[in-house]
Design a protein around this ligand. Structure first.
Ligand code: PRX
Length: 655
């Protein structure tokens, strides 16, 4: 792996400001008293015998057959709960439907227009079983992959759990990705079944998802079955023999479906995410370890109680939604809230109105959303009674202390602990986080590794860096929900994550520092991955989308700081002979990116240039482009073939 510069600072949060951050917040005694975990000794206990620590959580789940060994670790290949058999849907649904939770709300869903559906554990049991039967009747067998291209509607978790029930790995593709991106993911996973819907609501308008799915399916030769959920009721084209309505299939399906006995190491799902190349990676998660990891972290980090109403604002199309809307909360028998639409529809107080309406106790969102709430102003949350809230969480990027303090004041009313949780698609579960009944928090720091997790900050040679110095975040021992491989690309799995130091140390791709108290401060990505409003994008994917446009000869994309989104793509583009810069062309390039990846990837800035800063061997020096967009002084330009271009670009960018 090439040497990479550790960032000095992240866009939304200068590191100097961080190091000056000295406010601390201790857990309140009342919170500590009621917390699921409040004894700091858990850290030491877990460190002494991590396998037994995780086995303790695993034993709280329901196994068809117990495991023979907790961990088989042949770096970098891990197997957890070897020999154990279980079913994830049985653990998330059946187990609770048999108890006092039978008529407890498992899922409270609100559509953007205000329609509400509540599914109790018993309802969920029937729906999941029915849909599992539907899938079976359509020939889906254990091991077959099923893709979902759905918005935030209850059918999405139902379909995921139905897949889990019959042992068919699911691949949920974020509904905002383009048809081309969907097709690429379906082809990579060799999926023949797609679940989508007619449309969904976004800011009062219908997004016609089925049309987008149809565009994708033209590029997926292997697809032969499409199940369409009726959400908006709009007329959509249905292709005879291929497309079927969800509600018609469900009407005929029996509501009992025995769960498959799955091996702890069978694949539960794959989730495509952006890496440092143009091709998204299918991150593979398995059954026993994943469920144990998300179960444990949901219980301890969110301090979840049977009486809680829990709301994670993420989209299920991302890992956060998988782990902390669906699997973690349901494994805990919780009530989990889902919302279809936009936070500013019909007004900017929508989320707070929902918190009050459902009496939400635990609320989990992202820094980009918090910065958006800040910009809208505190009057919106102030319109509603938020006194039910008792714990707040954040995830997705480093949170700037101002946003943390705003969240604390205006949403938490200075009485809720905030858990800043660091993790990734690959880690499956939260790895660095406060425990709300134990940890004294510092705004901007994800604090300490979860018990049983061993993390460090290392330099290029794998040596721990001293407190205060920047380095690479490393995880030094395996954890139950870790990714097992990259779908059909085991080599990339090794090279990407386990090749920087020794084969047993996980390279996360994030820069980090530790302070004198051992707290971790995350500094953002050190590779070509950017984080736009919580969406993970690769500069390479963006660049290859741009060069697909006929006018583009060469393109370089870097992440520019943005007040609300954290980062946004900035593109430097060299045009082909015969094309000149224009507003129309700029818009055309944005359209191209939208077409290939999705709206979320639209470059905020496009700068046409006759040349790019390049080394003598012709490599683009993105480091200099980063200096430019971050408004830093230009780094060393002496090794450039064309040193003058960097300064010219800087002036053009800031003109
Ligand atoms: O850079 C880190 C950032 O998000 C990346 C992972 O993105 P993704 O796989 O899309 O998963 C996001 C949700 C788990 C990480 O490499 N990140 C995530 N959480 C934090 C964070 N950076 C700082 N602090 C966090 N709490």
């Amino acid at each position: 792996m090439p040497r990479m510069a550790i960032p000095e600072r992240t866009p939304a949060r200068p590191i100097d400001a961080l190091l000056r951050e000295s406010r601390t917040f201790e857990p309140a005694p009342e919170f500590r008293r009621q917390a699921n975990v409040s004894d700091p000794a858990v850290y030491e206990l877990a460190a002494r015998d991590p396998e037994q620590f995780w086995a303790g959580f695993a034993r709280e789940l329901e196994w068809v057959r117990p495991w023979d060994r907790v961990l088989e670790w042949n770096p970098p290949r891990a197997e957890w709960f070897v020999g154990g058999k279980l079913n994830v849907a049985a653990n998330c649904v059946d187990r609770h439907a048999r108890t006092h939770r039978k008529n407890k709300a498992a899922l409270i869903w609100e559509g953007e227009p205000g329609d509400v559906r509540t599914l109790t554990y018993q309802d969920l049991y029937r729906e999941v079983s029915r849909f599992a039967n539907v899938l079976r009747s359509l020939g889906v067998r254990r091991g077959d992959r099923v893709t979902m291209y759905l918005p935030m509607i209850p059918e999405l978790p139902i379909a995921m759990l139905a897949c889990a029930r019959i042992g068919a790995p699911h691949s949920v593709v974020f509904g905002g990705f383009s048809p081309t991106a969907l097709a690429q993911r379906m082809n990579d996973a060799e999926c023949r079944v797609l679940i989508t819907c007619d449309g969904y609501w976004r800011r009062g308008e219908v997004v016609f998802q089925k049309h987008r799915a149809d565009d994708a399916l033209r590029q997926v030769p292997g697809a032969d079955t499409v199940i369409v959920v009726r959400r908006t009721g709009d007329r959509v084209p249905m292709q005879a023999g291929r497309d079927r309505w969800w509600h018609e299939l469900m009407a005929e399906a029996p509501s009992e479906c025995p769960p498959e006995e799955m091996d702890a190491e069978d694949v539960l799902f794959m989730m495509y995410t952006s890496g440092t190349t143009g091709k998204p990676k299918g991150i593979v998660h398995t059954t026993g370890g994943y469920l144990t990891g998300v179960y444990a972290t949901t219980k301890w980090v969110f301090d979840l109680k049977d009486s809680d109403t829990y709301w994670c604002m993420a989209d299920i199309g991302w890992i956060t939604g998988h782990s902390y809307i669906v699997y973690g909360p349901l494994a805990n028998g919780a009530t989990t809230v889902m919302y279809e639409g936009s936070p500013d529809w019909p007004d900017r107080d929508r989320l707070w109105a929902m918190v009050a309406k459902y009496g939400v106790n635990v609320f989990y969102t992202a820094p980009t959303a918090i910065r958006q709430f800040m910009q809208w102003g505190p009057e919106y949350p102030a319109r509603h009674d938020l006194s039910s809230l008792r714990l707040l969480g954040t995830v997705g990027e480093p949170i700037n202390p101002e946003a943390w303090m705003w969240y604390h004041r205006h949403i938490g009313r200075e009485g809720c602990p905030i858990v800043d949780t660091w993790w990734q698609t690959e880690t499956g579960m939260i790895l660095i986080t406060p425990l709300p009944g134990i940890t004294t928090t510092k705004p901007g720091s994800a604090t300490r590794p979860f018990p049983g997790i061993e993390a460090d900050v290392l330099d290029d040679q794998g040596r721990p860096v001293p407190p205060g110095a920047g380095g690479y975040l490393a995880i030094k021992s395996p954890w139950p929900a870790m990714l097992r491989t990259i779908w059909r690309d085991p080599e990339r799995y090794v090279n990407q994550y386990w090749n920087k130091w020794d084969r047993s140390t996980y390279y996360a791709g994030d820069g980090a520092k530790r302070d004198e108290d051992g707290y971790f401060w995350l500094l953002g990505r050190v590779d070509d991955v950017m984080n736009v409003a919580g969406h993970r994008l690769s500069t390479m994917e963006l660049e290859s989308a741009l060069v697909e446009h006929e006018a583009v000869a060469e393109a370089a994309v870097v992440a520019a700081p943005h007040e609300i989104k954290g980062q946004v793509p900035a593109a430097f583009v060299i045009l082909q002979n015969g094309f000149g810069p224009s507003r129309e062309l700029e818009e055309g390039l944005r359209k191209k990116v939208e077409e290939v990846i999705g709206k979320i990837a639209r470059p905020e800035r496009i700068l046409f240039t006759p040349d790019l800063p390049k080394t003598r061997s012709g490599k683009i020096m993105r480091r200099l482009l980063k200096d430019i967009v971050e408004g830093r002084e230009l780094g060393d330009t002496t090794t450039l073939r064309n040193p003058e271009i960097a300064e010219e670009l800087r002036q053009a960018y800031w003109r």
